[in-house]
Design a protein around this ligand. Structure first.
Ligand SMILES: NC(=O)C1=CN([C@@H]2O[C@H](COP(=O)(O)OP(=O)(O)OC[C@H]3O[C@@H](n4cnc5c(N)ncnc54)[C@H](O)[C@@H]3O)[C@@H](O)[C@H]2O)C=CC1
Ligand SMILES: N[C@@H](CC=O)C(=O)O
Length: 351
């Protein structure tokens, strides 16, 4: 059976959930998908690095004591030797899930670029490389005959990018708007139920929804990156985060929420990008008090929703989990499935 060997760069909530999925459901997935998955390298700031080309014993990794590293393991090191691992691993797919850096995307951008240049396909949930260097990285992938996939960079495992690219073909999409951050949506809901902002953010962290630095969630920079990705991928724009006006939810007080509710309104953090008559794209992130009858007003918890405004169908909305470890690990799996299909197509075309 065909097999993909994976190098996991960053071993936090999302990549751990992917490793658990492979350990617990690998055989079932192999039967269903027609290919097996094996982890042959792991790096992490806290654990160091591990390369074992015959496959890593994931049970042993999960049994590591808190604070322990891969030092002393065959192929192991206490340092996260990302560059060395990405260049030298026998993996054919590199799975990048380190912290999102909203300023310059590093070190994620370098991780992705090095992997693609080394002839390995990449899947990532890290928004930095996609929003800040997506076109360049796609060009490097094409030049090296490999694939760069990033479904989980927008709305976690809910297939928004692939939906727009494949299912909306033939339609002109004039605008994309929606709830694009699970943490802030969860926090707004908890605040409406009476919890204060800090306690609600702490819950979102525990539940695996929040960024390592949750100010990215509540001050809007996470949504800003997702708006850039959607505008560039779906509207064919060429914008950067500097082109997106951005206001988060930290200015919304419990009193504002109560007042809005009394007027039949509910605050939602809305990310939007729309094509204007002159062809330019206007993009924003801002809290909006929506009427309770608005379709996005009922989207609660870490659920997200994206509405595509199209010429022939009007508004088409996709809704589903926008954050969560397992949900985002599924995005990586869906990318791996896509990469496998594209590799198979290329091989078939060569025959
Ligand atoms: N958790 C979620 O719901 C979602 C997360 N994402 C994105 O996926 C990525 C991973 O998310 P989580 O696993 O939740 O984050 P996390 O904070 O749980 O894990 C990130 C891991 O990367 C490691 N790391 C950071 N910088 C590193 C470096 N330079 N070298 C080696 N390891 C490094 C950290 O030690 C940590 O273990 C982030 O970029 C996040 O924005 C995207 C969609 C949803
Ligand atoms: N922190 C993000 C995770 C997904 O991108 C969120 O809460 O939406």
């Amino acid at each position: 059976m065909n097999r993909h060997d994976l190098a996991l760069i960053g071993f936090g909530g999302v990549n751990r959930a992917l490793a658990e999925l492979i350990r617990d459901r690998g055989d079932e997935l192999a039967t269903e998908l027609g290919f097996a998955l094996r982890v042959v390298a792991i790096t992490d700031l806290r654990l160091g690095s591990l390369m074992q080309e015959d496959g890593i014993d994931l049970d042993a990794v999960f049994a590591l004591a808190p604070g322990a590293t891969f030092a002393g393991w065959p192929g192991g090191d206490a340092e996260p030797r990302n560059v060395e691992v990405i260049r030298n691993t026998t993996a054919d797919i590199v799975v990048e899930a380190t912290f999102t850096n909203p300023i310059d995307g590093e070190p994620g951008v370098s991780h992705v670029r090095l992997a693609l240049e080394a002839g390995k396909s990449v899947t990532t949930t890290n928004k930095g490389p996609v929003a800040l260097a997506g076109p360049q990285l796609n060009a490097i992938a094409a030049a090296n005959g490999v694939h760069f996939a990033y479904e989980g960079s927008v709305v976690s495992g809910t297939p928004v990018l692939r939906f727009a690219a494949s299912t909306l073909q033939g339609l002109r999409v004039d605008a994309v708007r929606g709830i694009l951050n699970g943490t802030s949506n969860y926090v707004l809901g908890q605040m409406e139920a009476g919890m204060d902002l800090a306690a609600a953010v702490a819950e979102a962290q525990t539940l695996g929804y929040a960024e390592a630095d949750p100010t990215a969630d509540i001050e809007g920079s996470d949504v800003r990156l997702k708006v850039v990705i959607l505008a560039n991928e779906v509207l064919g724009a060429d914008i950067t985060p500097a082109d997106v006006t951005c206001t988060g939810i930290t200015g919304i007080t419990p009193a504002d929420i109560v007042d809005a509710a009394a007027r039949g309104l509910r605050y939602k953090l809305i990310g939007a990008a729309e094509r204007l008559a002159d062809g330019s794209v206007r993009a924003s992130v801002e809290p909006v008090a929506l009427p309770l009858t608005h379709p996005l007003a009922g989207i609660s918890g870490p659920t997200n929703a994206v509405s595509f405004e199209t010429d022939l169908l009007g508004t088409v909305t996709v809704s589903g989990p926008g954050a969560g470890r397992v949900e985002t690990a599924y995005a990586l799996l869906s990318d791996i499935i896509e990469i496998d299909a594209r590799v198979a197509q290329t091989a078939a075309a060569r025959r």
